[in-house]
Ligand binder design. Structure first.
Ligand code: TYD
Length: 145
């Protein structure tokens, strides 16, 4: 069962092992709703042509669930729930990183040619963002029991 929105933590974020159909013609991976992700996909977006040394993300979402996949190349995802931080190195097309709401994330260390696909539970909505780390921490504190 998913935690209520005020009680998400880093422990709810995890790597999803996606199916890999190996084939001499090239490998194939798929993502199925209800099996590999527990949210309905409303939006997909992708980052590409990221210059060396650039950082993406740098925000948290109030309600958005996401699955992050390195479609090509590699990059790092730093997750932070306000009390703990964890860095994931994404370098396989058959691993997804599930990120629950109320997690600060930063993406960096992009390799040349890296493509980062994000499957998201909602349409783009700027009001769902915390773009300032201090505001994110304030919101976590306000939601403490
Ligand atoms: P931003 O969230 O800052 O990108 P990232 O977190 O990957 O670094 O978004 C950059 C710009 O793109 C910002 O103006 C909002 C816009 N945008 C959309 O219009 N739709 C989307 O689905 C996303 C993710 C961003």
């Amino acid at each position: 069962m998913m935690a209520s929105s005020s009680h998400f933590s880093l422990a709810d974020c995890h790597i999803v092992d996606l199916p890999k159909i190996s084939d001499p013609r090239g490998n194939l991976t798929f993502v199925e709703g209800g099996r590999h992700i527990q949210f309905a996909i409303q939006r997909a977006y992708y980052l590409y042509d990221v210059p060396g040394g650039a950082m993406r993300g740098g925000h948290a979402h109030k309600a958005l669930h996401q699955l992050i996949i390195a479609m090509s190349g590699s990059f790092d995802v730093l997750l932070d729930d306000g009390s703990q931080r964890k860095r994931f190195h994404m370098n396989r097309s058959y691993y997804g990183l599930y990120v629950c709401p109320m997690i600060w994330r930063e993406l960096d260390n992009f390799s040349s040619g890296a493509v980062c696909l994000v499957l998201a539970s909602e349409m783009y909505d700027e009001s769902d963002y915390f773009r300032e780390y201090a505001a994110f921490l304030d919101a976590l504190r306000e939601n403490l029991p």
